[in-house]
Design a protein around this ligand. Structure first.
Ligand SMILES: [Zn+2]
Length: 470
């Protein structure tokens, strides 16, 4: 009787097999497959043997590869492996036989691809840039990205890590777990200080040593720091990170207010460090070029609401809860609430939409268009009204860098306009001024975008100067 037709069931399908295999790497849902049940069954013939099989494509689809282009690495129990392209899996079947347990039968591929005693299928994204789980790596060699699947392919060491010891009747047992470790040298050309960003929004600074390591997990990579701090699901690494962070806005603001100084924070949305450097070189930011700027780290993800929340709360997204778009309520006190507790008059100037549920309502700059001119006018009013803390959020640089590209002429011209507005505001304001950005942008083929751990997105200028002196 042929299995899978009508109501008949094939005897071999009724239960779990002795061995299972795993699908992991660059997938959304790692799978452990121990039965043919739940899949469309077919009969295949190989070397005059009949076998019950399932289509490889069906099995791979259940794991949801993260990228549209991927390779598949098949690993057998004997350690032998073979790799094929994932774009055409016609004729590729998985069978379970008494002789070879899980067996890959690729009718249209060379015989060497037919792995027996299959234990793992590693999905490897071949275009890391369209894999949302890619890990961004930034060091002296610049930016590149990799994934768990690619790291598996490029090689790892197995490391046994002591988990515990127990004793019964004077018999002792020591338990270890095996980890797939990647040496730091295999990822980075730098080993002094690194900032490791987790996808949860936390950042861990570490001076890597013999006890620190990256390891491949089912779908990503984790990092264990020298002090045993664990970074789960690494989003990216920045070697030799700056000492400042946009979270310093909150502490610097409150510190200055406590000292009796008025504070104005000017957030220039999207103005990354590299973008400002380019504008300076092209003579498009004469005023900002005259100011002493420090490099500061943005937060992960480097997007507007996460950056704004980091500045006004002084905490990273894992703590303040703003790690994506669409969430308005954050955890913790913002600088407006803290300033009001110090008895200060506060004004918060936004673009045409509210971004977060802040403790004071923002002054919205309605009918803004793309020029930031209303944000500028509202900020001038806030200065004239003698506010002691002013937070003002300019949006046009992010808008133009997104539309035209971060280094495009149109964006450079916009930076020049904003540069003049900033100069005027600093001149008019009697107090300390902090000028920074939520994130930068990197170019795409046609425009600009942001959101990954690359230095263009993650490094921004941080300027602190005294106003009223221009
Ligand atoms: Zn932004």
């Amino acid at each position: 009787m042929i299995a899978g037709t009508g109501c008949n069931s094939y005897q071999g399908l009724s239960g779990d097999y002795e061995h299972s295999f795993q699908i992991r790497g660059d997938v959304e849902i790692p799978q452990k497959i121990s039965t043919l049940m739940g899949y469309r069954i077919k009969r295949v013939t190989k070397d005059n043997r009949n076998a019950t099989a399932i289509a490889l494509a069906d099995v791979i689809n259940t794991a949801k590869p993260r990228s549209t282009s991927y390779d598949l690495l098949f690993v057998g129990a004997d350690g032998l492996s073979s790799k094929i392209k994932g774009d055409d899996l016609t004729g590729c079947n998985l069978a379970y036989t008494d002789q070879y347990d899980w067996e890959l039968i690729n009718e249209l591929h060379p015989i060497s691809s037919q792995v027996k005693n299959l234990r793992e299928i590693i999905v490897i994204s071949t275009n890391c840039e369209d894999d949302k789980n890619a890990v961004g790596i930034n060091d002296q060699s610049g930016y590149r990205s990799t994934t768990a699947g690619n790291l598996f392919l490029s090689g790892f060491k197995e490391k046994r890590i002591f988990e515990g010891q127990s004793q019964l009747n004077e018999k002792e047992v020591t338990v270890y777990t095996t980890h797939e470790i990647i040496a730091l040298d295999d990822i980075l050309s730098y080993d002094k200080e690194i900032a490791v960003f987790s996808r949860d929004g936390s950042v861990t600074f570490d001076k890597p040593g013999d006890d620190s390591f990256f390891e491949i997990t089912e779908t990503g990579i984790d990092y264990t720091a020298v002090d045993k701090t664990q970074v789960i699901d690494v989003a990216g690494i920045i070697a030799d990170p700056p000492k400042f962070s946009i979270t310093d806005v909150a502490s610097d603001t409150i510190h200055q207010l406590e000292k009796g100084n008025n504070v104005m924070v000017i957030e220039l949305d999207g103005l990354g460090w590299q973008m400002l450097e380019t504008a300076k070189e092209k003579g498009r930011a004469p005023y900002l070029a005259s100011l002493p700027a420090q490099q500061a780290l943005s937060v992960f993800p480097p997007i507007s609401p996460a950056g704004l929340a980091a500045m006004i709360t002084g905490t990273t997204p894992d703590i303040n809860g703003i790690a994506g778009r669409g969430v308005m309520d954050f955890n913790g006190e913002d600088i407006f609430e803290k300033a009001q507790k110090l008895g200060k008059r506060v004004a918060y100037i936004e673009g045409d939409v509210k971004m977060l549920n802040t403790s004071v309502e923002p002054v919205l700059s309605v009918n803004e268009g793309a020029q930031d001119s209303r944000v500028f006018e509202n900020t001038q009013k806030a200065i004239a009204d003698n506010n002691q803390l002013i937070f003002t959020h300019f949006h046009s640089i992010d808008d133009d860098a997104t539309t035209y590209g971060p280094y495009a002429l149109e964006n450079m011209e916009q930076i020049e306009l904003v540069d003049r507005m900033v100069q005027q505001l600093v001149k008019d304001f009697n107090g300390m001024v902090i000028i920074t950005a939520d994130h930068g942008l990197h170019p795409t083929e046609t425009a600009g975008t942001h959101g990954r751990v690359c230095s263009e997105d993650m490094l921004v200028p941080y300027i602190m100067i005294k106003g009223g002196q221009v």
